[in-house]
Ligand binder design. Sequence first.
Ligand code: ATP
Ligand code: TYD
Length: 239
Amino acid sequence: MHKGDLLYTGKAKSVFRTDMKGILLMEFRDDITAFDGKKKDVLSSKGRLNAQVSAYLFRLLEKNGIKTHFLGMPDDTHMLVRELEMIPLEVIVRNIAAGSMVRTYPIEEGTVLEPPVIMIDYKDDERHDPLLNDDLIIALRILTPEELAVVKELAHRINRVLSDFFATLGITLVDFKMEFGRAEGEILLADEISMDSMRLWETGTRKSLDKDVYRFSKGDVMETYARVAQVITSAGREN
Ligand code: ATP
Ligand code: TYD
């Protein structure tokens, strides 16, 4: 596998072309950022742990009938993925009120959201990822109404698979962010699902097991990431 030209570099990952048409190499770097990039650090091994967790969860989702961009892992820090035409949305599913939801709306942290709440941001760093609604997504021609229904249905299905999986580990999936892309008329799950993009609580104690440890200096970030990655990737190989 030849690592070709750098296609783009984001806040935590770099994406390279390969010698195979339509297949990209996604490098998970050790960079970590929060608060719109205002807080940033480099944490050794973070890329490897997020890559392994992402790969594990993409495999789990594929086994449960969800189509993703994931093709394989050539090494510890890289994922081979199908090149997609990315949809500039951050699709967030919330099972429990936390984070920006409790900062913005009158709801107490920890409130169970049944049914889960989907919130969709426009992925645009310069505009600070503004919140969208259905009409705006259609007016901005980001998705057709039919595609929007598909994205929401996929988001709910993915949430059910991941929530059930984490429940078996004594972990509550509080909320998480997804990105989707198009290939040959189909919508596939893309990007990553890792400790950077999920909010995970130890069930019962509400202890943070994710990037909130970094955001709010709640403890040793890498010790938490390593422990969570170990629990996830060694979970029942039958999944
Ligand atoms: P953010 O951190 O806000 O998600 P970013 O652009 O800085 O944004 P990175 O994760 O560092 O994010 O960069 C990865 C980039 O690769 C993102 O722009 C993402 O949309 C893009 N990407 C993810 N999956 C694919 C794919 N299958 N095909 C093409 N591009 C992809
Ligand atoms: P949210 O509560 O909106 O923001 P914050 O974490 O800053 O309080 O985040 C909801 C979930 O989505 C959380 O698990 C983190 C994830 N997320 C991302 O991965 N990237 C993003 O750009 C945003 C806004 C959220």
